[in-house]
Write a protein that binds this ligand. Structure first.
Ligand SMILES: [Zn+2]
Length: 150
């Protein structure tokens, strides 16, 4: 009887542990999905920006306000993506620092968030992907949208 009790307790603990792991996994997946979605939105904003820059260059339009507007949206979107990346790092840290809780926490500054750069003429320089036509950071080695290697 006491043996059975012992066994049952073990099973309970194991189940609780698996349950927690699974929940963390789901949280992470959800975050990861949101992150991809928001990053994709950012890509679309860059694409739109590239399109307008191209039109202005070809004198099809001179809607400079639209560029201003898009730059503001991109700035906000970068904040959203940064925040999600931060949350993902926190969740990752939580899982890895259960034993060593007293160490100083490193702050992760994301480096892979693309930011547009302006050329001499004030237009934004973007590297367009031949696969999906998304405007990427000029330094990008890989397309942020489809993963094409430049
Ligand atoms: Zn691409």
């Amino acid at each position: 009887m006491s043996r059975l009790q012992e066994l049952l307790e073990k099973v309970e603990v194991t189940t609780a542990f698996i349950g927690k792991k699974a929940k963390d996994g789901i949280d992470f997946l959800k975050l990861n999905r949101d992150y991809s979605k928001e990053k994709n939105k950012l890509s679309l904003l860059y694409e739109e920006l590239g399109r307008i820059a191209y039109q202005i260059h070809n004198q099809e339009t001179n809607d400079v306000n639209e560029i201003e507007n898009l730059c503001t949206q991109i700035k906000e979107q970068i904040k959203v993506v940064d925040q999600l990346e931060h949350e993902m790092n926190n969740l990752r840290d939580e899982n890895h620092t259960i034993q060593e809780d007293h160490g100083t926490k490193e702050t992760h500054i994301p480096e892979n968030i693309p930011k547009p750069e302006a050329g001499k003429d004030g237009f934004l320089l973007l590297k367009f992907c031949p696969e999906c036509q998304i405007g990427n950071n000029p330094e990008a080695k890989q397309c942020i949208s489809c993963g094409h290697i430049f």
